[in-house]
Design a protein around this ligand. Structure first.
Ligand SMILES: [Zn+2]
Length: 317
């Protein structure tokens, strides 16, 4: 029997999925739990799809299926981020698990050592592929209820003061639904218009939007109930009857991100920052789940994310 998501631990992965055959079967279970679907033509009628028996003499690999609708063959990795990867699937499973269970992230160097990968680049590609999958989650609904919004600057060496000192830094805005999900985006610049656009795009009309008293939030349209907390006047929590006006949720999320960026990843280019944000958002969005559940939720994002990584090759980190 396969381990339940709650029981999926690193020890389980290492002992139960120690061969590529077992790792592949597990991925099939996650991807095709309700029946095999042809990745080429999306046919899902089981009697029209059949498994081809492995035959090493005829170079027929294990896990191959034939779709009689489109007359093409496929395995579970076709059309996913695993396609064309030479890294064994069992190592992929461990990498997903480590990424999903490490609160502040895990460096590619450590992944290289732990999985015995040939090069740092291989480890980096692997981790970026996972992050890429997570950057397009199936959940695309709007945030609603009470949404805390805040922004921080990451990276770049602090030289001088004022606007110039910020130009090498990346600005990240996070929108966090209290008790719910989060979205993080990289902004070119922190302006009222950029913040407004981010909120309009991701937050449902009628929601309560809690921010600090940065002037850029002042022009938020009236479709939101805007409640600024006056950090400039040392106000951090304000009580309004049963409602607490504060941005502590988004700030604690940022502190984890900041610690991860300083302690684990050291330097992240502006270009790749959205990938890291997706990783941190995924862990945040599944913070109440076990490591195993968080890993399986992530693995479900692997589909439809085939990527050649050409854009990543030029500047890998
Ligand atoms: Zn087909």
């Amino acid at each position: 029997m396969l381990p339940t998501p709650e029981d999926l631990t690193l020890d389980e992965i290492a002992s139960r999925f120690s061969t590529d055959e077992s790792a592949r079967r597990y991925l099939e279970e996650i991807r095709w739990g309700h029946g095999v679907v042809c990745p080429h033509c999306k046919a899902a009628t089981q009697k029209l799809i059949w498994k081809i028996k492995e035959n090493r003499a005829k170079k027929i690999r294990a896990g191959l299926y034939h779709c009689s609708v489109c007359d093409k063959q496929f395995t579970v990795t076709v059309g996913t981020i695993f396609e064309d990867s030479h890294i064994p699937l069992r190592k992929w499973l461990v990498a997903w698990y480590l990424l999903c269970s490490s609160k502040k992230g895990i460096s590619s160097l450590q992944i290289q050592r732990m999985l015995g990968l040939g090069s740092y680049r291989t480890a980096l590609f692997m981790m970026h592929r996972i992050r890429y999958a997570l950057s397009h989650p199936a959940f695309t609904g709007m945030l609603k209820g009470t949404v805390e919004v805040d922004e921080i600057y990451l990276g770049g060496k602090q030289k001088g003061h004022g606007y110039k000192s910020l130009s090498k830094k990346s600005c990240v805005v996070s929108l966090v639904e209290r008790g719910g999900k989060a979205r993080s985006l990289v902004l070119d610049r922190v302006t009222g218009q950029n913040l407004r656009n981010a909120i309009m795009e991701h937050v449902q009309d009628g929601s309560v939007v809690v921010t600090d008293d940065y002037f850029g939030y002042r022009t938020l349209p009236k479709i939101f109930k805007h409640k600024p907390v006056k950090h400039s006047a040392a106000e951090y929590v304000r009580k309004e009857k049963d409602f607490k006006v504060h941005t502590n949720t988004v700030e604690s999320k940022f502190s984890l991100l900041r610690r991860g960026m300083i302690g684990t990843f050291h330097q992240v280019s502006k270009k790749h920052l959205p990938l890291y944000l997706a990783e941190f958002d995924h862990r945040f969005n599944h913070r109440k789940n076990t490591d195993g559940e968080r890993t399986i939720a992530a693995l479900k994002c692997a589909e439809g994310k085939r990527l050649t990584l050409k854009p990543l090759k030029r500047s890998a980190a």
